[in-house]
Design a protein around this ligand. Structure first.
Ligand code: DQA
Length: 140
């Protein structure tokens, strides 16, 4: 069975409560349960969230040589982190960058991603559905 990790970065533990007009009113755990059920026969899905850059990097290293892919929403670290970009470049598993909101419709500092050039692809602005589409793509 294939293995895919969904990895969420800072402040995404507050999904459902945080700026619901931008990020929606569903918490991620609840969404993840429905995703896991939908894909249960095709892939072993796991989920990890951290607010810390180093912990996100550790997780990328941990799964990046054995998993079939990582769906990564690095939150604001997307726009700042050379270290996460280097971690993505260092591993073998493909990574898809996901953003719930359309970052290109928002402040200009959100238009720059340090990660995208090392990712298989980028999905932005499609809400939580972006995670499902990324998983589908990684399954090939
Ligand atoms: C986000 C967009 C980022 O700019 C922001 O810092 C986030 C969430 C998104 O999913 O739309 O924390 O990655």
């Amino acid at each position: 069975m294939k293995k895919i990790l969904i990895l969420n970065g800072p402040n995404l533990n507050l999904l459902g409560k945080r700026e619901p007009e931008i990020y929606g009113s569903q918490g991620f755990e609840e969404y993840f349960e429905s995703l896991k059920t939908a894909f249960s026969s095709e892939v072993q899905l796991s989920y990890f969230q951290s607010n810390s850059e180093g912990t996100i990097i550790d997780k990328i290293h941990e799964v990046g040589f054995s998993y079939d892919g990582i769906v990564l929403n690095a939150g604001a670290y997307t726009h700042t982190s050379v270290a996460i970009a280097d971690a993505i470049a260092a591993i073998e598993s493909p990574v898809i960058e996901v953003h719930i909101s359309n970052v290109y419709k928002r402040e200009s500092f959100r238009h720059k991603s340090y990660l995208a050039q090392n990712c298989k692809g980028v999905i932005a602005g499609l809400g939580l559905m972006g995670y499902e589409l990324a998983v589908r793509n990684l399954l090939g």
